[in-house]
Write a protein that binds this ligand. Structure first.
Ligand SMILES: [Fe+2]
Length: 462
């Protein structure tokens, strides 16, 4: 028996394996590709090290595709055969992974919460809980998971900056922007390598419309983040959003072509980032050429692969945006069937949220803007179950706004843009479209006033 960097017992006969395992956690928290190699080193030292095998299998599961499930289930079976020799904490981790692989995401989160109640320094449980509360859109559960552990930590606890970064992001998703920024910036000061904390601050800047600050915050050279895993593509996505809001469309497209697509990854987060940026560019009238084709080609391979609802929605949008409406419809039918036969979280979102959302997207891409409004208007405040962040889900709000204007539903558009100018008055685009809606209603005076606001808005995007 040895311990990790925070003193938690590890069932392994090898001190070197325990060291490699702790180092792998550190690398994972900083999104370093080297984490996998260190887990392998731990298993080379001690092939019976259950928690190292668990960690390696979590990485596999985090590819979020059904293609990995046979390997994941085989590894879980192997680990379950060794549970008699490990600690209750390690046993609970294995059971959480089993639940996760079965689609029981909530069950997995509850097991990690049980672990954390006993062992609040279990940063692996904390990070995985953070990860899956995020992909189920449960902001308060995400914030609560960190907050419940926080009193057990202090500045001298190894990994403290990561806890601060996670707390910052949980606060941000709960709308506590000032506290989120404070915790996030402190985390980055403590560990400038902590991409999640950098990302948490970027979310605050995005949600508050501080996009000029955002461009500077993420103005890193590409090689600054060499050796990081594909999460770096999501950080570049945030950089592209800031540039978009600043009207720097060429810069956004350069980030897309040169960084977000640089590794030609089919990793699900890369796909989400790329779909989301292309659609936002198009919503601003930017021509994106044939860029949808590669995304749709990959979407064709995921039509029956329902692991995360957030994936499904983005794959479906890629198909529809590329004009492949038949494939998009097959995807929707497959989602509906999955919702009928599976009992996990993702399946539970299908009937009420994911399928209608996808139907709205397909309608939008077909030019059926009225159909888009009919579906999305009543659904607009009830899509968090698909997971992701407020910033990511805002794409659907933007699509509804655009559909309302295009379909001449000016009262709906006025209402939607009233919300947007109230929450993000720094956006020139919001004010301009708000003015268009008011013009549509014949409210020329109010429209003129909105255009004055637009001219004064610090986000210069037209
Ligand atoms: Fe993000």
């Amino acid at each position: 028996m040895f311990t990790d960097a925070r003193g938690l017992t590890l069932t392994t006969s090898s001190e070197a394996a325990a060291g490699h395992f702790s180092a792998a956690i550190d690398d994972y928290l900083d999104y370093r590709l080297s984490a996998s190699a260190k887990i392998k080193m731990a298993l080379d030292e001690d092939p019976d090290f259950v928690l190292a095998l668990y960690f390696r299998t979590c990485f596999l599961q985090m590819l979020e595709t059904g293609a990995v499930l046979p390997k994941v289930n085989a590894a879980v079976g192997e680990m379950k055969g060794r549970l008699a020799s490990v600690t209750p904490r390690e046993r609970a981790h294995v059971m959480a992974l089993e639940a996760w692989a079965q689609g029981d995401i909530i069950g997995a989160c509850r097991l990690w919460e049980d672990i954390l109640a006993e062992h609040p320094l279990d940063i692996l449980a904390l990070k995985l809980h953070h990860y899956l509360t995020f992909w189920t859109g449960r902001s308060y559960a995400m914030r609560g998971g960190v907050a419940r552990a926080l009193p057990a930590w202090n500045a001298d606890t190894p990994g403290y900056a990561s806890i601060q970064g996670m707390y910052a992001f949980g606060l941000e998703e709960c709308g506590e922007y000032a506290a989120a920024e404070r915790w996030g910036r402190e985390a980055v000061e403590r560990n400038g390598e902590d991409l999640w904390a950098i990302h948490a601050v970027a979310h605050v800047l995005e949600m508050q419309g501080r996009t000029a600050e955002g461009v500077k915050w993420l103005d890193f050279s590409e090689d600054r983040w060499a050796g990081r895993n594909p999460f770096i593509g999501h950080v570049w996505w945030h950089g592209a959003l800031f540039n978009l809001s600043q009207g720097n469309y060429d810069a956004a497209l350069s980030l897309y072509d040169e960084r977000m697509c640089a590794v030609n990854s089919k990793f699900y987060v890369d796909m989400q980032n790329q779909v989301s940026l292309l659609k936002r560019l198009e919503l601003r009238g930017v021509e994106v050429g044939d860029r949808w084709e590669a995304l749709a080609d990959h979407g064709e391979t995921r039509i029956d692969d329902h692991i995360l609802a957030f994936n499904d929605v983005h794959f479906c949008l890629a198909l529809a945006a590329a004009g492949r409406s038949d494939s998009a419809q097959r995807h929707i039918s497959s989602m509906a069937a999955f919702g009928d036969i599976d009992s996990g979280w993702t399946a539970s979102t299908m009937a009420a949220t994911t399928v209608p959302l996808c139907q709205a997207l397909v309608a939008y891409e077909a030019g059926n803007y009225g159909g888009t409004c009919d579906i999305l208007w009543p659904l607009k405040d009830d899509i968090t179950a698909i997971g992701g962040s407020h910033a990511q889900r805002d794409m659907f709000a933007q699509i509804l706004c655009d559909a309302a204007l295009r379909d001449g539903r000016f009262a709906m558009a006025r209402s939607l843009y009233s919300e947007r100018v109230s929450l993000r008055p720094s956006s020139r685009m919001n004010w301009q479209y708000y003015a268009d809606a008011l013009d549509g209603l014949g409210e020329a005076g109010a429209a003129a006033a909105a255009r004055i606001q637009a001219a004064a808005a610090p986000e210069p995007a037209a």
